[in-house]
Design a protein around this ligand. Structure first.
Ligand SMILES: C[S@@+](CC[C@H](N)C(=O)[O-])C[C@H]1O[C@@H](n2cnc3c(N)ncnc32)[C@H](O)[C@@H]1O
Length: 266
């Protein structure tokens, strides 16, 4: 790993103050996993930013009209995120991330075993301009050809063909995804990423493949252990990231260095 890699891609500082060092309209996709202040009493990194400010900054930085942003949030923060981003962006869809290892927190409600990823595009981006590479994240199944079971259900389905053909076997992605979070990740994944809010590498790889193209530039303004930076490099995208704490910038640099040395990069 060279010094130039670190200075070009990984920045130590307050993204909300330093974002102007990025050229306007140069970012294709933002993976945004901000602090939500819900763990503030235990972790000093957990200071919630003003989402109205974050969305305004990202509106400057995202390419027009195709730039997209994927924002992680708990159920509690979903409305606040939606309200802040709706000034500059339209929501495309919400992905539900189901976590396998959630603990019971309160006896008057279900386990908090889901988190949300809200995907927004810039206002004015036409349908055929929106990147959605679903084949790149599709599960492979068996090809089939069978009677269309939905045919009689609604007027919408009535226009469909009587025979439903899937020649490739690829299964269209669901809105619900299942990925482990800490501490259920494999020890290999946790070896270099040691952030309390570390996200699943496979989950971020899938988001980047789905929402951007090879050669595109991915920004992570709150990178933590650098999962999105690593995922961007692994999928042939350019990456740029910030973290306000030196320990996490160093963690990301080390993680990329070690994963590169082990030949993980493709
Ligand atoms: C939820 S964590 C990100 C975890 C990351 N997705 C991962 O997989 O490891 C948010 C990170 O944002 C950083 N942070 C908080 N405020 C920031 C700011 N104003 N600018 C840059 N980074 C900030 C925190 O230090 C923390 O590491």
């Amino acid at each position: 790993m060279t010094g130039s890699f670190k200075t070009q891609m990984l920045h130590k500082g307050d993204f909300l103050r330093e974002w102007q060092t990025i050229e306007d309209g140069s970012i294709d996709l933002v993976i945004c996993d901000p602090p939500y202040g819900e763990l503030r009493r235990v972790h000093d990194w957990d200071n919630k930013p003003d989402f109205a400010v974050v969305s305004s900054i990202l509106n400057h930085l995202l390419r027009s009209p195709t730039g997209q942003v994927a924002v992680f949030s708990s159920a509690k923060m979903l409305t606040e995120v939606e309200t802040a981003f709706s000034k500059y962006f339209d929501r495309r869809f919400i992905q539900i991330w189901q976590k396998p290892n959630a603990q019971v927190m309160h006896k008057d409600r279900p386990k908090p075993d889901v988190e949300f990823v809200s995907v927004f595009h810039r206002k004015g981006c036409k349908k055929d301009q929106r990147v959605f590479n679903w084949e790149d994240v599709a599960q492979q199944g068996k090809p089939y050809s069978r009677a269309n079971r939905n045919l009689q259900q609604t007027n919408l389905h009535a226009k469909k063909r009587a025979i439903d053909v899937n020649a490739t076997g690829l299964r269209y992605p669901s809105s619900i995804v299942h990925h482990p979070n800490r501490p259920a990740m494999t020890s290999a994944e946790k070896a270099y990423g040691k952030h309390q809010a570390q996200k699943s590498l496979q989950h971020i790889i899938n988001l980047i493949r789905l929402l951007s193209n090879p050669g595109d530039t991915v920004l992570d303004p709150f990178m933590g252990s650098g999962t999105a930076i690593l995922a961007a490099i692994m999928t042939g995208r350019r990456a740029v990231g910030w973290d306000i704490l030196e320990e996490f910038v160093a963690m990301t640099a080390k993680r990329i260095e070690m994963e590169t040395a082990q030949g993980v990069l493709i």
